[in-house]
Write a protein that binds this ligand. Structure first.
Ligand code: FA5
Length: 348
């Protein structure tokens, strides 16, 4: 009889404890200490082995009833406490829908990329192809095929970084001329191409010179191409880029791969032509070199120089970007200063 009473009293005291529990943790402690492996209920049931055979089923069914009642009471209380906790959380966690959202910091193409794409668009509109060259180039294409044999003194104008005796970081985009001409079938169509990319020189850096910069090479080969075609094309480009009022100046110059050769200057953005520190007090900033392709350059690429002629130019988009946006030091483009770069965000 004693074990029956113990079970009854365990039931009633545990039900009171369940009733009084205020947290899920407390409830769990009650469950473990009553129904768990080392719980009081298990402890009581261990005494069953001492009962008479007639009493065992009676006490067994009572024990089942007590366990079921307690399990149900624990479940019901658990559900109640969970609902209560959720309601409290909902009341406490007020969401302020009027708070401003977090601003997403969108990236933007680098200003030099934007300027190069603008120039590419002008030439695509004129029917040119865009061709990529190699930044690591053979001495042969960079110099020899551009009419600069080994030991030619004009190589000094473009001293560079050699990788081996025959391989170098290209000093200009002009080697793309030779690589394109030797593959082109002139019996099918004239050649009109531009080639943008990075170039390298052992120049000492200053406000308008960087040891790594960009060029856009241009090349047009057809029958009867003259200096007038070159001048007309450059005028279309520079007026599109800078507006109608910017002045253009062609100065006689020398490149071994063009004859005649010119340097093309544009009036200074800062002083408008009066002379200042940006234009080194000349009123002009040089932005490209150009000329009529030298017959030897054509012949070395297998092009008949009696039949075909062409013009070529090498434009510095870094200088174009400086002129267009009034940037007075080229080094700003390469220093990755976010405050500088953010000024040229594409609005979108
Ligand atoms: C050349 O590199 C020739 N290959 C251009 C050419 C092509 C002439 C086809 C004739 C026919 P030059 O060294 O002048 O030429 O450079 C061309 C342009 O690159 C310059 O007008 C200038 O805008 C830019 N440039 C040259 N050196 C630097 C530098 N260190 N930093 C930034 N821009 C430069």
């Amino acid at each position: 009889m004693e074990i029956k009473e113990t079970l009854e009293s365990l039931k009633s005291t545990t039900l009171v404890k369940i009733e009084q529990a205020t947290t899920l943790d407390e409830l769990n402690t009650i469950r473990v200490s009553t129904l768990g492996k080392k719980g009081s209920m298990t402890e009581v049931l261990r005494g069953m082995k001492d009962l008479s055979p007639e009493m065992r089923p009676v006490v067994g069914s009572l024990a089942n009833e007590v366990r079921d009642t307690l399990t149900e009471a624990l479940e019901a209380k658990k559900e109640m406490l969970e609902t209560k906790a959720m309601n409290e959380a909902l009341l406490n966690e007020t969401i302020d829908v009027t708070l401003p959202g977090k601003e997403l910091n969108n990236g933007t193409p680098h200003i030099l990329t934007q300027v190069m794409e603008e120039i590419e668009d002008v030439f695509l509109g004129l029917g040119y192809e865009i061709i990529e060259g190699y930044e690591v180039e053979k001495d042969y294409y960079n110099f020899e095929r551009m009419n600069l044999p080994k030991d030619h003194p004009a190589r000094d104008m473009q001293d560079t970084f050699y990788i081996t005796e025959d391989m170098l970081l290209r000093t200009h985009t002009s080697p793309v001329q030779a690589r394109t001409m030797e593959k082109h079938d002139f019996t099918k169509a004239p050649l009109r191409m531009i080639s943008p990319g990075k170039v390298y020189r052992r120049d000492s850096d200053d406000a308008t010179h960087s040891h790594q910069f960009h060029q856009i090479e241009g090349l047009v080969i057809d029958e009867n191409i003259t200096m007038a075609d070159l001048k007309g094309t450059l005028e279309v480009l520079l007026k599109k880029l800078f507006g109608e009022d910017r002045k253009l100046r062609l100065r006689p110059s020398y490149f071994p791969f063009t004859e005649p050769s010119v340097e093309v200057d544009i009036s200074c953005f800062k002083c408008g032509g009066k002379g200042c520190n940006v234009c080194k007090h000349t009123g002009w900033i040089e932005i490209l070199g150009a000329g009529i392709v030298h017959p030897s350059v054509l012949e070395m690429s297998g092009v008949d120089s009696e039949k075909y002629s062409g013009f070529a130019f090498g434009l510095g988009p870094d200088r174009v970007a400086m002129l267009k946006y009034g940037v007075n030091d080229i080094r700003n483009f390469y220093q990755n200063d976010i405050r500088f770069l953010e000024q040229f965000k594409v609005k979108g």
